[in-house]
Design a protein around this ligand. Sequence first.
Ligand code: SAM
Length: 662
Amino acid sequence: MTTSPSQADLTWTDDGQPFSAAFADVYFSRDSGLEETRHVFLHHNRLAQRWAALPAGSAFCIAETGFGTGLNFLCAWQLWDRLAPPGCRLHFVSTEKFPLSRDDLQRALALWPELRTWSAQLLDQYEDLAGGWQRFRFGGGRATLTLLIGDLHETLPQLEATVDAWFLDGFAPAKNPDMWRPQLYQQMVRLSAAGATVATFTSVGEVRRGLQAAGFTMYKVKGYGRKREMLAGELAQPNPPPWSAPWYARPGAAAARRTAMVIGAGLAGCSTAYALAQRGWSVTVIERHPSEAQEASGNPQGILYCKLSAHPTALSRFVQASYAYCLRVLRQRLTLDGSSWDACGILQLTADEKDAARLQAIAGNGYPASFLRWVDATEASEVAGVTLARGGLHFPGGGWVHPPALCRALLDHPDITLLPCHEAMQLRQQPGGWEALDAAGHTLARAEAAIVCAAADSRRFSPTEHLPLKAIRGQITHVPATPASRALRSVLCAEGYVSPARGDEHHVGASFRFDRIDCAPSVEENRSNLELLPSLSGNFAEAVEVASLDPARLQARAALRCTTPDYLPVVGPVVDAATFKARYAVLRKDAARQLDTPAPWLEGLYVNAAHGSRGLLSAPLSGELIAAWLENEPLPLPRPVAEAVHPSRFLLRELIRGGKRN
Ligand code: SAM
């Protein structure tokens, strides 16, 4: 799978309509794209009737092949806003192999002034897109768009969703035969809810027969405008799904659950609370400190460091999707004021020749230049405002964030209550939910769902004590800015990092120590942090007069990161560990055994932890992932990535590898 696809190759017709040069086909009807969409996709999926009849607070999922200009999405969202009862949430999942550039999207959408209210919101969040899963949330969560960027034959098999209506778009079968294959129809069946409907502009017999062979009941209906016929249909009786691992199955919908407690008000906890509150949950956040973001999320400048691999590993895919989503949340929730955050860009500098080859391989993966690009030392120096000896990757949209400002912004929701100065010591399952107790055994909160977001302290609760979470101490050093050092305009990263001044200070970091778990700043770590500066930029090190800085006098901050043996976070539902091991013990002997026994879920219990030093980047999407599990929504990540961060992976490895946890 390529990391990033090519952008759409558009030409514009004399009447200003987008035309695909690659497929030699139109994006929408020459007569009226808008009316065609309404006729083909909205009317023939009976959306108006179905939405008007939805119970308040429910959700509906549409999936589409070929996002293109987003016209179908915007029309659907417009109708949704008009008809769906309050509190209902639309999930629109769309596939796209050749995403439009932002400029082309803007030009195409300008054709539809009547959709301006909706297209403006899409354009606000839309950048030139890299590959993978891209999540967008609109209207406080009333509409969610998940774009699967890549060939749908690769992306759809990794989608986890339950689809109520299909928009089978894509260029005409004669122009794009590769898309209209039985594999697509089989994926549609796999992903469909009972009674799911489908509509498509084409009436080609092979498409009709393909959908029928997969299980859809199809009929020909009147097409739009001059088109005589099109196809519509329905999946009355879904086929029994193929075997899938019960240990990674959906724990079950949370239809009745609407209250949650979140333990821990760091970035993971605040992001989880935010994602749930946006879905109408009433959330209590329990925090032992007097306010949010007091531990690892309390550093003055967190770095949006999108550390990728040349190959699409689970970690790299997770980081990439998280980075893009985090930037969207920042733009929505924080003011770009140079105090809360600064999109000043990040330079990931090469360490040596081997590293240069690795970073160049990443740059060669076809990312849009607005996402990342290779820069040599000269260009890197221009970007940074200080002289650099090495080039590397430039992430123009990255930068630094004041994590406490983000935590505060995420908690600022009428349905979130922060319970400061309360330390949860025990978590007990009760009929209908969970109860958190303090050291004296007093109840702190009760809720139908509990999400443990307490970093390595998540192990103190008996239901989550089996998770192999480890604390690693890290220290950052505050370096006073000088007139010369203020020239630094971009974050510099290599072994460590240094940021442009926030107020009167730069921050350099961070140490990694496994031998200490206290948080008292150490002179020794200030020294090692200062030693990083010349390797990042000799010019900058001189500008802050590093030789005259006394490590014993510099301000510093130490905190504990939480990590796991495979360096991926732990995000998802929790099982009863002992029962899990007993129930799946046969996997020790036969790892390939296709067991059907359901996993012993601890109903309503979830964990979101172990974000290491990248919590700033990964917490917002992990909050979305928790909410998606809880609500039976489309997951915001490909299935294999969601499984790679699943809490049960360690128990499973222990069984399969006979005791080893990674
Ligand atoms: N629904 C779109 C709209 O509202 O503007 C129009 C879709 S356009 C006719 C077809 C789209 O399908 C193009 O954007 C094209 O890049 C995309 N496409 C074609 N083949 C694909 C494939 N195999 N996987 C994913 N997307 C594909």
